[in-house]
Design a protein around this ligand. Structure first.
Ligand SMILES: [Zn+2]
Length: 335
């Protein structure tokens, strides 16, 4: 979840909800690796902000549905790929933030044979999204309905809780291996494709929109945990993926460099946040002044997308909560 924190509303005059009749709808996705199709789920009508990935095989699996507002464009693309209602074997979400999982209930309904895979800490919220949606309403404010949509429940018997290391079968020679990867969220799991070698990293590596070209950490409340996030990056590196597929957005083909950069960037952001926190300064302002220069030269329209997906206020609020919780020696966590 990465919208601005409460009290920091951002106007979004350029939102264009998906219109199936409109020109410019992406056709049937784009093959980015052996049997991996990138689907642009067009959050807010923006291209290259939210990605889903279809993993091809005798038992095809979709990674990420995107938000509920993305369901029409997602279903249109799956249909264009020739995927009938009985054909999709599985849907897996890297975590239950609405820009990744908001469409799950709708997609489960459209594909009645598909198993819905989710982290153990996220499963009950897919079955009963009431608390998750309430929490999202507090974070997103009016953007909940104008941009993301909500989340329909998934029947519990359709849910499959993923264990770390568990393999989701896509066919006799292909599986997606679940990699427990908390940090961005406690209910975060990445998927490592045994055939292409691509690691589907959700938000655990950060956000790098192709139109902005800068990798930034994603450290939202309430779960963000620096130590866990760094540990998860280390686990990814150990698996030696051939590429890192970000939910926001696309395949990065230099995984070693990307993971090093993510580690270094996250540590730098955390150092700035911690110093501001200790000095009683505003963390968002400190992050802004330290890192806004990275965005020099990025056109305003692209900055707006980045601010919605990965706003500095959301990151600051996540750092603040993590630092406060650590300082007070514990504390509960909500969705
Ligand atoms: Zn997220």
């Amino acid at each position: 979840m990465s919208a601005g924190a409460p009290g920091h509303p951002h106007p979004h005059p350029h939102l264009h909800p998906f219109d199936a009749e409109a020109p410019g709808v992406p056709g049937a996705g784009r093959t980015i690796a052996d049997g991996v199709i990138e689907l642009d789920t067009l959050l807010g009508g923006w291209e290259h902000v939210t990605a889903g990935y279809l993993i091809e095989g005798p038992e095809p699996v979709l990674v990420e549905t995107g938000s509920q507002s993305s369901v029409p464009v997602l279903l249109a693309q799956l249909d264009a790929l020739g995927l009938g209602a009985e054909d999709l074997a599985g849907v897996v979400v890297t975590h239950i933030h609405l820009d990744h999982a908001g469409g799950v209930g709708d997609v489960a309904r459209a594909f009645p044979r598909a198993t819905v895979y989710v982290h153990q800490k996220g499963a009950r919220h897919l079955a009963d999204p009431t608390r998750l949606v309430d929490s999202a309403a507090r974070v997103y404010g009016p953007l909940l309905d104008s941009l993301y949509g909500r989340l329909d429940p998934t029947p519990p018997e359709r849910l499959h809780v993923l264990e770390d290391g568990e393999a989701i079968r896509v066919g006799p020679t292909r599986s997606l291996v679940a990699v427990d990867s908390p940090g961005h969220a406690k209910h975060h799991v990445a998927l490592h494709d045994s055939l292409s070698g691509v690691l589907f990293a959700g938000d655990a590596v950060g956000v790098k929109l192709p139109d902005a070209g800068v990798l930034r950490p994603s450290t939202p409340p309430p779960d963000f945990d620096l130590d866990q996030a760094l540990h998860s990056l280390g686990r990814f590196a150990e698996r030696r993926p051939t590429g890192i597929a970000l939910a926001h957005y696309g395949l990065l083909r230099d995984p070693g460099d990307v993971l090093d950069e993510a580690d270094g960037t996250l540590r730098r952001w955390a150092a700035v946040a911690e110093s501001a926190f200790r000095n009683g300064e505003d963390i968002a302002a400190a992050l802004d002044s330290a890192f806004q220069g990275d965005m020099a030269g990025v056109p305003e329209e692209h900055l707006e997308k980045l601010e919605v997906m990965n706003g500095v206020h959301s990151n600051a609020a996540g750092f603040h909560r993590w630092l406060s919780t650590r300082t007070s020696g514990g504390g509960g966590s909500t969705v």
